[in-house]
Design a protein around this ligand. Structure first.
Ligand code: GLY
Ligand code: MN
Ligand code: MN
Length: 471
């Protein structure tokens, strides 16, 4: 009996030791996340604009507005039900650096200078934090983090998990502004039919809601789209923004590299997509800026094909318009390749013509050039490459990229702008679609392709596609 007891004890010591529990257990204190206001600076996983940069964006906005009141609103995104990723309203993020909801920001410009500002944030709410974690709350730390004075940040009553959705403090403030100034209100959104409104943060068209509210408190309010002013500012990227888009392009390149190496007949479109998205997640991306397009064979001729449900077969040309979003900034990049790793003569002819078009457009991109000029150069080169005029891209040649994948901005180019050049040809009868899309930063003397590290020539693509299976 004693003997067996000793054996049991010994066994238990050995098991404990093997399991690594023999040493005294180290108790790691659990950080006091709940029940305390959110500390700042927030531990971002990506670089964010400095408080100084946020201040300079707001100063530039006041200068551009001259006289008026700008209002941005970030609230819950209705289609993103519980558990989904929240993305801040882009002007809110650009001017305030706040990426949680609810958030309302009001800037009053007088004679081109900031007269006053209010950032409405929720009060700290324990129940909200239990379900969703930390978010920006009203308080001096928040004000300092985004370059505002302590009195500029005020509590807002509304918001999910904060009780009602009402925005009483915002309503009161707007009534005061409406009574003291006859401003132009710079807001985005549709007015709709109703003449009166109460503010409610859960309303999907929040800009329209603010306009309806103002119509109920001011006679004939004058509105202008905030985008008409913010778009121009946002079209010139700061070094910080260029850095984020550069990273988004680089990570997209990692995705293309991983996925194209694995590609071969038999792979499903969704498998290719998932290999790219795996790379995005593993590099800390904030998501994808648009729904990925992995389109093979006939699907490559459907411009907005997003089903990703086809199994790719030998002989397919595959068009993948898939890109990463990093720090809320978009990349937008397309590669086209043969699934079997070797372009057929016809695929190669079409592909080379599209590539020649992109090269010609890129050569024309410099300060002062217009998108129309780039497109003319592109089309000429594509036709020289053997394509017919009716076979050239039916979509635009390019667009600005930034917080939005289709960012606002003029099509007369200036240094600091980032645009795509994305010619294509979609030959339905041949089940053959090709597009090549890259990101270009306009510099003082010309441009820099931010996605140049992603294989693009016929030789580079043929060397990469399926390389994992040729070891
Ligand atoms: N991926 C969207 C576009 O190319 O514009
Ligand atoms: Mn694009
Ligand atoms: Mn694209």
């Amino acid at each position: 009996m004693r003997h067996s007891f000793a054996i049991v004890c010994l066994l238990s010591v050995i098991t404990t030791f093997v399991a690594g529990q023999a040493a005294p257990m180290k108790v790691v204190p659990i950080p006091a996340v709940l029940g305390a206001p959110r500390p700042f600076p927030y531990p971002w996983t990506f670089p964010t604009a400095s408080a100084d940069e946020l201040v300079s964006r707001r100063v530039a906005l006041a200068k551009a507005m001259v006289n008026g009141v700008a209002i941005t609103i970030s609230g819950p995104t209705p289609e993103l039900a519980s558990g989904s990723r929240y993305k801040p309203e882009h002007d809110t993020w650009y001017f305030t650096g706040v990426d949680t909801d609810p958030c309302v920001w009001v800037l009053v410009a007088k004679d081109g200078k900031i007269e006053s500002q209010r950032l409405f944030l929720p009060v700290f709410n324990k129940s909200y934090e239990l379900w969703n974690g930390r978010r920006w709350c009203a308080g001096p730390e928040s004000a300092a983090a985004v370059g505002l004075g302590p009195d500029d940040v005020v509590p807002m009553s509304g918001g999910n998990f904060g009780g009602s959705n009402s925005m009483k403090s915002v309503e009161d403030y707007l009534r005061t502004l409406a009574a003291t100034t006859p401003p132009t209100w710079f807001i985005d959104g549709n007015i709709g039919n109703e003449d009166t409104a109460r503010l409610d943060i859960s309303t999907p068209d929040r800009g329209g809601m603010i306009k309806r509210f103002l119509k109920s408190v001011v006679a004939k309010p004058k509105f202008r789209g905030l985008g008409s002013v913010s778009g121009t500012l946002r079209s010139i990227k700061s070094p910080h923004e260029i850095d984020l888009i550069r990273r988004a392009a680089w990570i997209t390149g990692e995705g293309f590299h991983d996925a194209m190496r694995e590609a071969r007949p038999g792979m499903w479109e969704f498998e290719f997509q998932s290999l790219m998205e795996r790379a995005f997640i593993s590099h800390g991306c904030t998501g994808v800026p648009y729904y990925p397009i992995a389109a093979s064979g006939p699907n490559a001729c459907i411009l907005h094909y997003t089903d990703s449900r086809r199994q790719m077969v030998d002989g397919d040309l595959v068009l993948c318009d898939i890109a990463a979003e990093y720090g809320y900034y978009a990349a937008d990049i397309t590669r086209t390749f043969p699934i079997n790793g070797k372009f057929s003569d016809r695929q190669r002819q079409v592909y080379e013509a599209v590539l020649a078009g992109q090269t010609a457009a890129a050569e024309a991109l410099k300060p002062g050039a217009t998108l129309n000029e780039l497109d003319a150069a592109c089309r000429e080169a594509m036709i020289k490459g053997g394509l017919k005029p009716g076979e050239l891209h039916p979509h635009g040649l390019g667009h600005h990229v930034g917080l939005d994948v289709h960012d606002p901005g003029a099509m007369v180019f200036k240094p600091g702008m980032i645009i795509t050049i994305e010619p294509g040809s979609y030959l339905r009868k041949e089940s053959l679609g090709a597009r090549i899309e890259d990101l270009y930063l306009v510099t003082e003397t010309g441009n820099e392709c931010l996605s140049k590290m992603i294989p693009k020539t016929v030789a580079e693509i043929e060397a990469l596609v399926g390389a994992a299976h040729r070891r």
